[in-house]
Design a protein around this ligand. Structure first.
Ligand code: MN3
Length: 211
């Protein structure tokens, strides 16, 4: 008899702010469904996949996603999607907050100006990648060997699987905005800048520079 692996590998992190804290830009109902239901489903599915590949237990989501080729084929797709969903959403909650937004300062602020000309051009580029992502996915700022770049990914794919380090990303799945913005993804993307926690984004950037 095979023994079942019962250890929970991944857990949804608690929000560090109230569900309604991102109003009026992101409504409390969306936050409840997105954090408590959607993210939980990714975590449950990722844990179920890990239970079938116990050699992966103890690895972080980032480790798994950075080397998908090393993941047993039977669970590779499940972990690409669900460890991806877990890593992406954990970042997402952490880079948002109340009393946030504005222009970035610190090293990330300087790097954005250096790379994209100014903050407004960067915003436009990230929004544009989000609008043009066909179907579900994410729009990202990531650090690669050539510096900062904007990209989009489908589904729950994370730039880490392409050898890039994700600095910040916005969720363009309809579940992220449909209750409040319906089909108006561009409007959601514009509003989202009001809840970006730049101190956290800067922390991620500084950590990525050291890797
Ligand atoms: Mn989502």
């Amino acid at each position: 008899m095979a023994t079942e692996v019962k250890a929970l590998v991944f857990e949804v992190p608690a929000l560090t702010y109230a569900y309604e804290a991102l109003e009026p830009y992101i409504d409390a109902q969306t936050m409840h469904l997105h954090h408590d239901k959607h993210h939980q489903a990714y975590v449950d599915n990722a844990n179920a996949a890990i239970a079938k590949a116990p050699e992966l237990a103890g690895k972080s989501g980032e480790e798994i996603l950075s080397n998908l080729a090393a993941v047993p084929e039977a669970v590779r797709g499940a972990l690409r999607n669900n460890a991806g969903g877990h890593v992406n959403h954990s970042m997402f909650w952490s880079i948002m907050g109340p009393n946030a937004g504005g222009a970035p300062s610190g090293l990330i602020g300087e790097a954005i100006v250096q790379t994209f000309g100014d903050f407004a051009q960067f915003q436009e580029k990230l929004n544009d990648a989000g609008v043009k992502q066909f179907g579900s996915g994410w729009t990202w700022l990531a650090l690669g060997s050539g510096g900062l770049q904007v990209l989009s990914t489908p589904n729950q794919d994370n730039p880490i699987s392409q050898g890039l380090q994700p600095i910040m990303g916005n969720d363009v799945w309809e579940h992220a905005y449909y209750l409040k913005y319906q089909n108006r993804r561009a409007e959601y993307l514009k509003a989202w800048w009001n809840v970006v926690n730049w101190a956290e984004v800067n922390k991620r950037y500084e950590a990525a520079l050291k890797k």
